[in-house]
Design a binder for this molecule. Structure first.
Ligand SMILES: [Zn+2]
Length: 279
């Protein structure tokens, strides 16, 4: 597909979209039911539905017995680390393989015309963004994701926090479930704003921003403090009366969902037609 029909390319070859972000429709036309219908579908499909599907797989097949999770142990912590690591490898790795290794789409709709492998730099471990991002994901990003996950499950298993049942609180839990993207955005905005204060930026956030030309492996390439705060979005569910299924969904929205802001392309061509990803 011709990406110049919906954007422009500068002298370096970097592509940028010609459309600009617009204010949400409901501020101008709050009673347009057709737009609300489309909004709700986009709210759920495809990414939140994907995160919920992953969450249900974890819930039924991955999480150890709640009796086991009453006691902190390396056994089930490492098991969850392995599953999270494998899940990320499959999701991020498949996008990386198709669009960055095989480069099936070339640079169509790509914001930066270069690929990270073409730009060695001293800011990265081994001068390689790919190696640096991959290692930081597995030595920091997924480690602290799993740490907050283990602590959250341990708290629920011991009933240190409220664990509301769906049968007794269906309305509140449904509202909370639909509010999880809002919680994600608020949490992300606050911590992101704080780590952009120059002192914190220098010591913490600059690690993530080293990847100015991101690829999927950049998503979880973070300083340990940042990944702890970022995945710590699930602490909201230890304060608000909630349910561990919703907390796990919230966590997956952060962990698996980090991909969306780091794909590097405005659109991914999924077939002959152009499929648009939520980026
Ligand atoms: Zn930032």
């Amino acid at each position: 597909m011709d990406d110049l029909r919906s954007g422009t390319r500068n002298k370096r070859g970097d592509w940028s979209p010609s459309h600009h972000p617009e204010i949400a429709f409901y501020w101008k036309t709050p009673f347009d039911l057709r737009k609300w219908g489309k909004f709700l579908i986009d709210y759920v499909w495809p990414w939140n539905a994907f995160h919920m599907a992953i969450t249900l797989l974890y819930w039924h097949f991955i999480l150890p017995d709640w009796e086991v999770m009453k006691t902190l142990s390396w056994d089930w912590a490492l098991w969850l680390y392995a599953v999270n690591g494998l899940g990320i490898f499959l999701l991020y790795g498949s996008i990386e393989l198709v669009y960055y290794v095989k480069r099936r789409q070339g640079t169509r709709f790509k914001y930066n015309a270069k690929f990270p492998s073409e730009q060695p730099s001293d800011v990265f471990w081994f001068k390689s963004q790919n190696i640096d991002n991959f290692l930081r994901s597995y030595l920091s990003g997924i480690v602290f994701w799993t740490l907050v996950e283990v602590l959250m499950l341990w708290c629920y298993a011991n009933h240190y926090v409220y664990w509301l049942n769906w049968s007794e609180h269906p309305v509140w839990l449904t509202l909370l479930l639909f509010a999880t993207p809002l919680i994600h955005e608020v949490n992300f905005f606050v911590i992101h704003r704080v780590i952009h204060i120059p002192f914190f930026y220098k010591w913490i956030h600059s690690v993530h921003h080293n990847s100015i030309n991101p690829s999927p492996w950049s998503s979880l390439s973070m300083h340990p403090v940042e990944t702890f705060l970022y995945h710590g979005v699930i602490w909201w569910h230890l304060v608000l009366p909630s349910n561990p299924l919703i907390a796990l969904f919230q966590l997956h929205m952060a962990g698996y969902g980090a991909l969306n802001g780091h794909i590097g392309f405005d659109k991914l061509e999924l077939s002959d037609e152009t499929g648009k990803l939520w980026c």
